[in-house]
Design a protein around this ligand. Structure first.
Ligand code: DC
Length: 217
């Protein structure tokens, strides 16, 4: 029997993981699993329910009330509500980084991600896909870029939403999130030993996408 192909993409914030993963998924007809969106859902739920994100026990209780669904058209549903836009707010980004340090949150979401990954050919992006979620992934990519490049891309994205932040502020914010994600105790951001590192600083989106598609094929 032919084994399903699984592609793991890890890397720091704003490296372009989700843009690239979505494009590869579309071109190759893979299922895309945005694991960051799942951590964002947990944070968003807690924020809307006024649950203190620093209270691990309270967050642990909250996850019993959380159901997350990712659809083929890349919408994110939290308890049957479409929260695709809401979970992209800055407050939710920081909140996601906070709740993702709790082992109970990670186990809950990693179980869900592994179940989802059985559905066919899949591409997942996150921080621990190649190291924890799918250590036997067919292809592991570690997507990186310089901090300045990532900050400039994030600023552009924000500008489109009418938000203006300076380069310095954006760099600080991304560095803080990278620091949190790579120094936490459970499943910190790491490059898997067998991952292929792609530095996208001087590459276009299409170039990165075609490199990954070449690897898949
Ligand atoms: O990829 P993202 O920015 O949407 O992720 C939001 C946060 O979720 C990120 O700061 C760290 C956390 N996360 C994680 O710990 N593990 C993953 N596999 C994906 C995201």
């Amino acid at each position: 029997m032919k084994k399903n192909i699984s592609v793991a993409i890890d890397g720091p914030s704003a490296a372009g993981k989700s843009t690239i993963a979505k494009m590869v998924a579309k071109k190759e007809n893979f299922i895309y699993i945005d694991t960051g969106a799942m951590y964002r859902c947990v944070a968003y739920y807690c924020l809307t329910q006024k649950i203190d994100l620093n209270d691990e026990k309270a967050v642990e209780q909250a996850i019993e009330h959380i159901q997350i669904r990712l659809t083929p058209d890349n919408k994110v549903y939290l308890n049957d509500e479409d929260v695709s836009n809401q979970i992209r707010q800055d407050q939710v980004s920081l909140g996601a980084s906070c709740v993702s340090k709790y082992q109970v949150v990670r186990s809950f979401l990693v179980d869900e991600q592994r179940k989802m990954a059985k559905a066919g050919n899949v591409i997942l992006d996150g921080r621990d896909i190649g190291t924890v979620v799918l250590p036997d992934a067919s292809i592991k990519i570690y997507l990186d870029a310089t901090i300045e490049c990532r900050a400039r891309r994030r600023m552009l994205e924000r500008k489109e939403k009418g938000i203006d932040l300076s380069l310095e502020e954006t760099i600080k914010e991304i560095e803080l999130r990278d620091w949190k994600d790579s120094t936490r105790k459970h499943s910190p951001l790491r490059c898997a030993e067998d991952a292929i590192v792609i530095d996208s600083t001087d590459l276009s989106i299409d170039e990165v996408v075609s490199r990954i598609i070449n690897l898949v094929n």
